[in-house]
Design a protein around this ligand. Structure first.
Ligand SMILES: C[S@@+](CC[C@H](N)C(=O)[O-])C[C@H]1O[C@@H](n2cnc3c(N)ncnc32)[C@H](O)[C@@H]1O
Length: 180
């Protein structure tokens, strides 16, 4: 066996290990902690939201559970001076977001952090694509920390105790718009 094939085997094993750890962590968090899995928002949904979204020039958008931060990269094109921050607890989507971020030079901040440890008071807009349980838990935090006028946009999963200002429906897609 030459050094090249040994190196390839080691790289394949390392990649396998990274994916195995990712799936184990996701499985544990989804099944035992009720966390949302890593699934990206559809491009057409993101486009629709960004088209509707209004933000002051230096406004602040948080994507809670940002995955690969596709929403924030799309927002960057419309809001070049806004502060865009994504929060993601899971290492693999966090790494993918960081790589895509540097390739696109979109100057988005990605923090590896649980969204329940994030102070929401600095945000003008929150974007969420999570799950029902997380939205339910997030609701009290949003009520306590969210500033007056905070806009919350949630794809597919409503905040159960806050009345949506608007709901956009397109087939199975639902986008909920809220304002404090
Ligand atoms: C359905 S995906 C949405 C990803 C991205 N926001 C999008 O719309 O394309 C949900 C993401 O939230 C992350 N997530 C779930 N619970 C979280 C938590 N408590 N703190 C941080 N991230 C979380 C998951 O790892 C996953 O990447």
């Amino acid at each position: 066996m030459n050094y090249l094939s040994l190196a390839i085997q080691i790289i394949i094993m390392l990649l396998f290990l990274v994916f195995a750890v990712f799936f184990l962590v996701q499985f544990y968090n989804i099944v035992f902690r009720g966390y949302a899995p890593f699934i990206s928002s559809k491009k057409k949904v993101i486009k629709k939201i960004i088209e509707k979204l209004d933000l002051k020039e230096d406004g602040v958008i948080y994507e809670l559970g940002c995955g690969n931060a596709g929403f924030l990269r799309a927002a960057r094109e419309k809001f070049p001076r806004a502060k865009l921050i994504g929060f993601e607890y899971c290492f693999l989507p966090y790494l993918i977001a960081q790589i895509q971020n540097s390739l696109s030079k979109s100057k988005i901040i990605i923090e590896k952090k649980d969204i329940f440890k994030v102070d929401l008071s600095g945000a003008d807009v929150l974007y969420c694509y999570l799950n029902l349980l997380t939205m339910k838990k997030l609701e009290d935090k949003i009520k306590q920390e969210g500033k007056q006028g905070l806009k919350i946009i949630s794809y597919q999963f409503p905040l159960p105790g806050i009345e949506a200002k608007e709901v956009l429906e397109d087939g199975k897609d639902k986008i909920y718009f809220y304002s404090l």
